[in-house]
Design a protein around this ligand. Structure first.
Ligand code: KIV
Length: 330
């Protein structure tokens, strides 16, 4: 029996050839050549396909999912199980980017064992290539070291650490005093010594990012940290201008450049669809593609009458004689 190929089914399209995967080696090679590293977040299959096919090097399944997808005000509520679900979907949509999964708040801070357990789940179940964790102090450095020694690549994250807003006093820039800037540098250095392959630098002045990037021997990936980092990362929804609805606009950070206004395009499309359905303009003949032969319709009408389905049989009769119940045009 011939096997059914996905492209012959209703929803799937033809398969494109798989491109070559980005690895830790390719990221290190870009860093050593001084080539900027690109990173964007993704949270599901379509966003992963978009980010991946755009040629972005690193795809981060960020815990920002809590805010931009689940609608929370902070990243704190998202759980490891929820992150794993997003990671799995992203891994199905990505063919070439290096995949990093964010360890969510509460999944790695308690002990090295807890951190390793969570990281291993990210790799085995979430199918990630590496994990990310926030913070450079004490337990977090221990966690990073333990995870790396298990054989899992770790990306660190310093500066504004959204998982610590409770003690940091909200979403605010970091490294704006000499003392704080040096602390951020120390934390990044500790993460490097723990074996991290890169570190995200969030919301620090460009001069602090430049100093840190020069001091470290691993890539710095900036977000709101100016141009002197080894690479840049933005949140998918922010970059695309997704949340542009007057009643539901979540704040887009000041540092984010919006490369599109996708939210407005989505609104427009949905309003058109709403109007066309309510005015019975959609679906017309072009979008009603499935056919049944006339003799099958006649037989169906006869069978329906025999079984007492008179309303259904009447509807068929109306169709056959050209009197549609509700006229629709394309
Ligand atoms: O969760 C996230 O999206 C992040 C980026 C802001 C780096 O950590």
């Amino acid at each position: 029996m011939a096997s059914i190929q996905p492209e012959h089914t209703v929803y799937s399209g033809p398969k494109a050839p798989s491109p070559k995967r980005i690895t830790l080696r390719s990221i290190r090679s870009k860093y050593s050549k001084g080539e900027p590293i690109t990173m964007v977040t993704a949270y599901d299959y379509p966003s992963a396909v978009h980010v991946d096919t755009a040629g972005i090097d690193i795809l981060l399944v960020g815990d920002s999912v809590a805010m931009v997808v689940h609608g929370h005000d902070t990243t704190l509520p998202v759980t490891l199980d929820e992150m794993l679900m997003h990671c799995k979907a992203v891994s199905r949509g990505s063919q070439r980017a290096f995949l990093v999964g964010d360890l969510p708040f509460g999944s790695y801070e308690t002990s090295a064992e807890q951190a390793v357990r969570s990281a291993v789940r990210m790799m085995k179940e979430g199918l990630m290539d590496a994990v990310k964790l926030e913070g450079g102090g004490g337990a977090r450095v221990v966690a990073a070291k333990a995870i790396v020694s298990t054989g899992v690549a770790v990306m660190g994250h310093v500066g504004l650490m959204p998982q610590s807003i409770s003690v940091l006093g909200g979403f605010r820039p970091h490294g704006q005093t000499a003392r704080e800037a040096v602390r951020v540098l120390r934390e990044a250095r500790d993460l490097q010594e723990a074996g991290c392959f890169a570190v995200v630098l969030e919301c620090v002045p460009p001069v602090v990012a430049a100093a840190l990037t020069r001091e470290l021997s691993i890539p710095t990936i900036g977000i709101g940290a100016g141009p002197y980092c080894s690479g840049q990362v933005l949140v998918y929804h922010d970059l695309l201008g997704m949340m542009q609805h007057p009643h539901h606009a979540k704040v887009t950070p000041k540092f984010c450049k919006q490369y599109a206004a996708v939210g407005a395009i989505i609104q427009d499309a949905l309003q058109q669809y709403h109007a066309e359905v309510t005015q019975r303009q959609f679906p017309g003949p072009k979008h009603s593609p499935y056919v049944i032969e006339d003799r099958e319709v006649e037989e169906m009408e006869r069978m329906l009458r025999d079984e007492g389905f008179h309303a259904a049989a009447d509807a068929i009769e109306e169709q056959v004689h050209g009197h549609r119940v509700t006229p629709i045009s394309d």
